[in-house]
Design a protein. Structure first.
Length: 100
């Protein structure tokens, strides 16, 4: 007779977890941690910094504003970037699409 392994999940307590897993549990809750373990358990998951996520969001917004007709210089001033950096951001999306 086999034991239903999901039944055992309900018995997991915070004290059963390593210190690192307890810290994760504080961030995402026990159910979130269990979901994370079920999906990625035993593997390696890279969690980017908040700064990287904010940069991606900023770049997406810059491309949206350029598509809406705003000029490079206007967008550059708004985000505190150089015109050439805004052009580089605009071209990044074009290059990524060209790969597919």
């Amino acid at each position: 007779m086999s034991i239903d392994k999901d039944y055992l999940v309900e018995g997991i307590k915070k004290d059963d977890l390593t210190e690192a897993m307890q810290e994760l549990c504080e961030c995402i809750g026990m159910q979130g941690l269990i979901n994370l373990m079920k999906r990625y358990g035993g593997g390696f998951v890279y969690v980017s910094t908040i700064e990287a996520a904010k940069k991606d969001a900023r770049d997406r917004e810059i491309r949206r504003e350029l598509r809406a007709g705003k000029g490079y210089h206007q967008v550059a001033l708004k985000y505190g970037l150089s015109d050439s950096w805004v052009r580089k951001i605009a071209n990044q999306k074009t290059r990524q699409l060209a790969l597919f």
